[in-house]
Ligand binder design. Structure first.
Ligand code: N01
Length: 544
């Protein structure tokens, strides 16, 4: 096997996680290869190019913090960056840190089998390449496998059909077209106003209304940029120690929503609605733990919907009623509700009558046939585990990750799983991941894993593996924390509930980014408590 094919680490994915890992591992002397299935770097921001795609975490916070010059020099044009802007940033990072030479594009890892005797991973790609690596790191993101809905005759539609998570690279021009959007999650809520402005007619098919609040995106001002850049060190430190990995525009009020007067609540919700962003969800300390408290905010938002949407029937359909505010991922929008006041936009409820089938020229539902030129599937992702389980990963004794996780993912800290030594998952299930600012969590994971690898090398340790007891305790802890909240009440992708047959359990860790980081650091400081560390077979034989 050539030197190029025998490396210290293989990383899968060249998005935010993979790029930073490559930088860190190489800097610390680990030979590393990154495989990326896209034909460029960018991960999520390479694939999700749908109209209106934009990050709903502020750019000053949704950016790398590891390089002071980079964070000072890079200029974000808007408060919330659009997909092309974020992709350009990632391409810049790849060039700036000379990362491309170790990234193999248009190449998906198809299998990774652990060789117990050699304590190494044998990895294969869809281009037939075979690589041996001591460490195998899945940096594949949490929402990277598109969910294709099982609508009958989906291949029978002869018009254009797109999935938001796998959007063509050329501009799609909907001018003059009759367009359908299926789904009303974050991707739909961002794309609907943009498509509506272009298309002759847009019909939105909604199964469940999602909660959305205004983003209030604005051009970046010099003053705002300076307020971050002048104080980045402290602000980033506060982000790392915070609950969500980001700082809120308006501070949370640390009392119950039920312990204030109606007027105070009205004032608090109004202020946060005006400020925009996720901040409304943290107005009071029990909005995500008490049904009654949550309902005060939920009914307030329903009133906003009614006040915005002219047609009462449409407004009623758009108002979520079946799950608490924020327990499916809260969406951030620009003129979402206003879009339903346009003459060329209709909303069709498919909760009461599902889509029966696609036809060659449209779709049938509720006894009616609709004709379209283009259909946009905004139907989400097989989140958190879908991409990990798509790869044939076999650990000790030939156990597959699919078998191991048949009843749901089991991890220690979301970083490792027992039976799969030297396999790390970046922002894996059981870590704060999607319940945090991904950038804060990605940097923490990449740094923790790199530190662990350095320690293993320094101490001549060949393999690291989660212990069963530690994994069981952590997996139980993740569920216990989730069960103290309202999150399990929603049929969300956090719960795996959007994918037929997927085990239903809450996958991200809700204990908070700061507390989680502390726990990871304590565990490392205690000599990787809960992990089994083993020398090589050769060392063991020599010691006998
Ligand atoms: O996917 P979703 P998404 N028939 O799963 C519907 C992140 N993100 O791509 O709710 C009919 O949220 C489904 O209906 P229901 C963010 O974390 C971030 O929008 O299951 N409908 C739902 O309405 C987000 O949460 C950003 O009843 C079907 C929709 O499709 C995550 O990605 C932007 C169906 C899917 O909504 C995923 O968001 C975009 C079927 N068979 C995304 N199957 C930003 O940073 C599914 N649906 C801004």
């Amino acid at each position: 096997m050539s030197e190029q094919n025998k490396v210290d680490a293989v990383v899968v994915g060249a998005g935010f996680s993979g790029l930073y890992l490559l930088h860190l591992l190489r800097k610390n002397g680990f030979s590393t290869r990154v495989f990326e299935r896209g034909d460029d770097v960018g991960g999520t921001w390479y694939w999700n190019r749908y109209p209106g795609a934009r990050c709903d975490v502020e750019s000053m916070q949704y950016s790398y913090s590891f390089d002071e010059e980079l964070q000072q020099e890079w200029r974000w044009p808007e408060k919330y960056s659009s997909q092309p802007e974020i992709l350009a940033y990632l391409q810049h990072v790849a060039e700036r840190f000379d990362l491309r030479k170790d990234i193999t594009l248009e190449t998906a890892v198809t299998s990774a089998h652990y060789d117990e005797a050699a304590k190494r991973w044998d990895i294969e790609t869809d281009t037939g390449e075979q690589v041996s690596a001591q460490f195998f790191i899945m940096a594949t993101g949490c929402i990277s496998t598109a969910n294709m809905p099982n609508i009958p005759n989906i291949d029978g539609f002869t018009g254009n059909i797109y999935h938001t998570g796998n959007w063509p690279h050329e501009k799609i021009d909907f001018t003059g077209q009759r367009v359908a959007v299926i789904g009303t999650g974050s991707s739909a809520i961002q794309s609907i106003p943009v498509i509506a402005a272009e298309a002759a007619h847009l019909t939105v098919f909604q199964r469940t209304p999602h909660w959305t609040v205004p983003a209030r995106n604005v051009p970046m001002t010099d003053e705002y940029e300076r307020s971050w850049k002048d104080d980045y060190a402290e602000k980033r430190a506060n982000m790392r120690g915070s609950m969500s990995g980001s700082l809120r525009a308006v501070a949370p009020i640390d009392v119950s929503a039920l312990d204030v007067t109606d007027e105070e609540r009205e004032e608090a919700y109004r202020e946060r609605w005006a400020a925009g962003g996720m901040t409304l969800l943290r107005s009071y300390n029990d909005l995500l733990t008490s049904n009654e408290a949550n309902e005060t905010a939920a009914s307030w938002v329903r009133q906003r919907i009614k006040a915005t949407v002219n047609d009462p029937k449409t407004a009623e359909l758009l108002a979520p009623k079946t799950y608490p505010l924020g327990t499916k991922r809260l969406c951030l929008d620009t003129d979402y509700y206003e879009t339903y006041n346009r003459d060329n936009v209709d909303l069709v409820d498919i909760a009461s009558a599902p889509i029966d089938r696609l036809t060659a020229t449209g779709l049938e539902t509720g006894g009616r046939t609709y004709e379209f030129d283009s259909i946009v599937l905004a139907t989400g992702f097989d989140a958190m585990t879908g991409t990990l389980l798509r790869v044939d990963i076999q650990g000790r004794g030939g156990l597959t990750l699919k078998e191991k996780w048949h009843a749901g993912p089991r991890t220690y800290l979301g970083l490792m799983t027992e039976g799969f030594p030297n396999l790390f998952t970046i922002t894996g299930p059981g870590s704060p991941s999607v319940k945090s600012n991904m950038l804060t969590s990605i940097e923490q994971h990449a740094e923790w894993v790199t530190d662990a690898l350095i320690r293993l090398r320094d101490q001549n340790i060949a393999s690291m593996e989660a212990e069963r007891a530690a994994e069981d305790d952590w997996t139980d802890h993740v569920q216990e924390v989730a069960d103290q909240t309202l999150f399990p009440k929603a049929n969300s992708w956090y719960m795996g509930a959007n994918i037929p047959g997927k085990p239903r359990l809450f996958m991200p860790y809700l204990g908070g980014v700061g507390a989680y980081r502390e726990r990871c650091d304590e565990i490392a400081a205690a000599g990787y408590e809960g992990f089994r560390l083993e020398g090589s077979e050769a060392d063991a034989a020599a010691a006998e």
